[in-house]
Structures are given as C-alpha cells and as structure tokens.
Design a protein around this ligand. Structure first.
Ligand code: FES
Length: 92
C-alpha cells in the first residue's frame, strides 16, 4: 500500500490524507473543496490552478501544463501550479 500524505487547502482550511501520486485536483475533490475544473482534469482548460507552499511535495509540471500559466504565474512557478500535479512518492 502507498504511504499517505496530508494536504491542507486554505481557504477553507480543509485537510485530507491521500495516497502519494494523487493529483491535487483529486485531493481537493476528496476534501470537498470546490476548485474550478472546467475540463474535469483533462489538462485542456488550464483553470485548475493553485498556490503550493511545499513545492518539494509535488511533481514537476510538464511543458504542456506550463502553457496554461500566464507569464506572471510562470514567474512565481513552482509555487503556482496546475492541480494536475501529483504528490511525490518520496519526500525528504
Ligand atoms: S480542470 Fe482543466 S486543466 Fe485542470
């Protein structure tokens, strides 16, 4: 069984424990946090963006996913990411 990691969404300060390699969008759904996801997480609309505090905990965005970030958001990358990013298997 995969280890679980805790994700905290602020606001509304909801916590959920999910298995590693769960996407941020999936974690949000499990935590009952309403994130904009027009395409349902297919990577097409680019609307599911969040700011991540622990950037070491998530996978890197692909160039395809980075296309959905504005230049201002890219300047703040990796803190601003698409919610398709997954929680890393191994954290230090
Ligand atoms: S919901 Fe469309 S790219 Fe994330």
């Amino acid at each position: 069984m995969q280890p679980k990691k805790e994700v905290i969404f602020q606001p509304p300060r909801k916590r959920v424990k999910v298995q590693v390699e769960t996407s941020i969008l999936e974690a949000a759904r499990l935590a009952d946090v309403d994130l904009t996801s027009i395409c349902g997480g297919k990577g097409e609309c680019g609307k599911c963006k969040v700011i991540v505090e622990n950037t070491d905990a998530i996978s890197s965005m692909t160039n395809e996913e980075k296309k959905h970030l504005t230049s201002a958001e890219l300047s703040r990358y990796p803190e601003t990411v698409n919610t398709l990013e997954k929680l890393k298997k191994h954290l230090n």
